[in-house]
Ligand binder design. Structure first.
Ligand code: SF4
Length: 443
């Protein structure tokens, strides 16, 4: 049985630590001379209206720059940094440009001659990734000779972990992303995600674990400084080791189970050789899930406050990133609105598969998918439909008012600023180092 080498390295020094991960894993050994290289960091989301905690959410500029420096050292000149971040308006060109500027990627353009590319400004090509699943991928990554995939080492509230394979979701178009969050119980999110790397050019995956994230993938998670790098030429092997480092057996991660089946690979790491640090010496458990009460009808945090008269069914994998992005803000607004008097039995439903419960006084359907599925459902007494894909925050606040839940419209409408406030808990902690998200212009 052939084995794949995965390097686990402590992040200690700029350039050197990434160099060690590349050397130990042989990550760039098969890089063709004069290759066109596509570098895929993870810039899951960005906003111009608040300073989000980048730690554990976005790939550090430090690791990105170090990878580019090593590519340049090998004589590679054609390097593209490409990302398709979550944008509420995919035509928005200003936010991606602002992200590239703020994260120092524009400095890297000048310093190393690389290009920064927002995939939504480029063409997509339909690709059959197996079993009849067709998704639209960015052409630049498909047509490159070599892909350097640099996700963050983090958990994900829907997919358990979000590592190399999952990071490629940022290279498909919006309709394909929505297609991934399918209501089909067989071809569900996990199934779709597992196939994202199937038609990729050869490459090197490097997990950036300088910061790691509990309850990721976004800013409402809890970030830790972990100082780890994990690299391999084989994305599946990188991901099973990454899952172990976050405290999960690969068989606990549904998309890795599917990916193993596709590749005819074991999940027990028996065909993976780990070099560098031992997994057991550096692994630590990172919770991926938000906690709900026993019947799954209310987040524990709401139950602890004694909130009643409202049910928030636990979100499922069919809610896509756009609606899911609003979910924590809706919850925060509901908690702020709680004054100790039970509301009038309101049910809030999201995603594509939930069914209204019989006997509720009001049912709020969030998003176009829920409205299409359930607007005529016989269980609904008082229908409050918030259409839109994703729904408009103003319409959301009106809907809650209609149900008698007096949310503060400002909390929902200024959700970007309010999400930014979550970073306050990291202020004054020296391990949360802004300089890791900047590039120095010195050559
Ligand atoms: S309404 Fe929400 S869940 Fe449905 S496709 Fe749009 S963003 Fe996704």
């Amino acid at each position: 049985m052939s084995t794949s080498v995965v390097a686990v390295v402590r992040y200690e020094k700029p350039l050197e630590s990434v160099g060690r991960a590349i050397k130990l894993s042989g990550g760039l050994d098969h890089l063709p001379p004069k290759a066109r290289v596509f570098v895929k960091p993870n810039i899951v989301l960005w906003t111009r209206r608040a300073v989000f905690p980048k730690w554990g959410v976005i790939t550090t500029t430090r690791v990105l720059e170090d990878v580019i420096a090593h590519l340049k050292e090998r004589g590679i000149d054609d390097i593209t940094i490409g990302e398709g971040m979550v944008l509420f308006d995919p035509k928005d060109k200003i936010t991606p440009s602002h992200a590239f500027e703020s994260l120092g990627h524009k400095v890297l353009e000048k310093k190393y001659g690389v290009k920064c590319l927002n995939v939504f400004e480029r063409p997509f090509k339909k690709v059959d990734i197996g079993c009849g699943v067709k998704l639209n991928f960015n052409v630049d990554i498909l047509e490159s000779d070599f892909v350097v995939n640099i996700p963050v080492l983090k958990t994900h509230h829907q997919t358990v972990v979000s590592l190399g394979i999952k990071n490629l979701k940022g290279t498909i178009d919006v309709s394909s992303r929505k297609q991934c969050h399918s209501a089909d119980t067989k071809k569900d999110l996990h199934y779709m995600i597992s196939k994202l790397a199937n038609k990729m050019p050869p490459g090197f995956t490097l997990l950036d674990g300088i910061y790691t994230t509990e309850r990721g993938p976004s800013v409402n998670g809890v970030i830790r400084r972990s100082n780890l790098l994990v690299g391999s030429r084989d994305v599946f092997s990188t991901d099973v080791v990454g899952a172990k480092l976050l405290g999960y057996e690969p068989h606990q991660v549904p998309h890795l189970v599917h990916a193993a089946e596709d590749r005819n690979r074991p999940l027990d790491l028996s065909d993976v050789e780990v070099v560098g640090e031992k997994i057991e010496d550096v692994a630590s458990f990172h919770n991926f899930d938000f906690s709900y009460n026993e019947n799954g009808l209310l987040p524990t945090v709401m139950e602890k406050r004694g909130m009643s008269g409202v049910t928030y069914r636990k979100y499922d994998s069919s809610i896509c990133t756009y609606c899911a992005g609003l979910y924590p803000v809706i919850m925060a607004a509901t908690m702020q609105a709680w004054k100790g008097t039970p509301w009038d039995d309101v049910e809030v439903l999201t995603g594509k598969v939930m069914e209204p419960t019989h006997g509720k006084n009001s049912t709020i359907l969030i998003g176009k998918c829920m409205c299409q599925k359930n607007s005529n459902h016989p269980n609904i007494r008082n229908l409050i439909a918030v259409k839109g894909c994703p729904p408009d925050p103003k319409a959301l606040s009106q809907a809650f008012h209609q149900a008698g839940i007096e949310v503060d419209p400002e909390t929902l409408e200024n959700w970007e600023q309010n999400m930014g406030l979550l970073m306050k808990k990291y202020e004054g902690r020296p391990e949360f180092d802004e300089s890791l998200f900047r590039a120095s212009s010195a050559g």
